[in-house]
Design a protein around this ligand. Structure first.
Ligand SMILES: *[C@@H]1O[C@H](CO)[C@@H](O)[C@H](O)[C@H]1NC(C)=O
Length: 357
């Protein structure tokens, strides 16, 4: 009896430890947020153990577990979904079925996950890109760029850039009946980082004749120089991205070799990795921009600074700031972990695309 009670006590204590999040008053639907935060913590601990035991790299373990969420390409009555390759890079392609009078719009979407996890076929991303395609009657290309720790900067960037260049060829645009004046890049978190970097790079690429109409940056990571910004300090332990995990993502993006990291961190001052490093002159001419930032997100100030700098450089910017949201909230816009705030912000993002693309 005593042993059973002790077991029960220990289990409850462990569960309470995992579930407890000291920030609940900030959010609506606090119990769901608590479950999400607990899930993330379990994921972190399991990956850390796997890494320390030498079973696999932390990021590989995290990816293995999060990939449980994979859904195969599945067409529905409105959208034809296929996995294919654009310029040797795997992509998931969403083609609207509805007949359209003229040419269609297109969104190149780059998923988040610290350049190390996530995929176009993750349930939440499949939901987001499918809805974008359906609601906008747009072609959506969701890119499965290569990931850390097997690949490092600049490879994830180069993969999304080469898909973008491939897609912007006039022969490809006309094959998919896409209007060359209505193409947009978009991404969340690390994907927002990639989208911002792609938009900058295209301005200087004389080989690409088609200009982007817009860029949509959802809580993007944009800089490596200050990990003690107010948003980093305020939110260092908020769901779902902690400061230590973000630092790990950034470090691993550049290299997994501690010796190399100590000497010279390749790419650290490269604006293809940190788009906020661009000069004002390099920001001029960027397309119409949507930036979403969340109050309880350590990347908040990255997005805020970019929005301010873009406006100062004459770029038309819509900056949505969500006071009641945390990082990656759009990944919680669909079942099984659906948050009202996630759904609301996803609707907002799609409405902006609909009005501006
Ligand atoms: C297809 O589009 C219609 C009209 O927008 C919508 O009512 C329906 O739910 C969509 N079907 C799916 C599977 O999304």
């Amino acid at each position: 009896m005593g042993a059973k009670l002790l077991c029960l006590f220990l289990t409850s204590a462990l569960l309470a430890y995992y579930l407890y999040t000291p920030v609940l008053e900030d959010f609506e639907e606090p119990w769901k947020v608590m479950l999400i935060a607990a899930g993330v913590r379990v994921l972190d601990h399991v990956s850390e153990v796997a890494d320390r035991l030498g079973l696999m790299h932390y990021m590989e373990a995290t990816r293995l577990i999060t990939n449980i969420d994979y859904v195969a390409p599945t067409s529905d009555e409105n959208v034809t979904v296929t996995d294919t390759e654009f310029g040797k890079v795997p992509v998931r392609l969403y083609l609207p079925r509805k007949a359209s009078d003229g040419l269609r719009r297109a969104v190149l979407f780059f998923h988040g996950g610290g350049w190390a996890i996530g995929q176009a076929g993750a349930r939440s991303y499949d939901y987001l890109t499918r809805r974008t395609s359906n609601n906008l009657n747009a072609v959506v290309v969701s890119v499965n760029y290569r990931l850390v720790p097997e690949y490092h900067f600049p490879i994830p960037f180069e993969d999304v850039y080469s898909v973008t260049k491939f897609f912007l060829q006039s022969s490809v645009l006309s094959q998919y009946r896409v209007d060359p004046d209505r193409v947009c890049v978009a991404g969340d978190s690390a994907g927002g980082n990639l989208a911002a970097a792609v938009a900058q790079q295209l301005l200087e690429d004389s080989e690409v004749k088609t200009k982007l109409k817009a860029q949509a940056l959802l809580y993007p990571a944009l800089q490596t120089l200050d990990m003690n910004l107010p948003s980093y300090q305020d939110n260092k332990n908020k769901p779902v991205l902690t400061r230590s995990l973000m630092i790990r993502f950034w470090s691993e993006y550049f290299t997994s070799d501690p010796a190399e990291r100590a000497q010279n961190c390749p790419g650290f001052l490269d604006r293809r990795a940190a788009p906020l490093l661009a000069s004002d002159a390099q920001l001029r001419g960027l397309p119409l921009t949507y930036v979403l930032t969340c109050q309880h997100d350590l990347l908040r100030d990255d997005g805020v600074m970019y929005a301010v700098r873009l406006r100062a450089a004459g770029v038309p910017v819509t900056h949505d700031h969500a006071k009641d949201a945390f990082h990656a909230v759009l990944s919680f816009a669909s079942c099984p972990l659906k948050l009202a705030v996630g759904r609301r912000l996803l609707d907002r993002y799609i409405a902006w695309l609909n009005e501006n693309l």
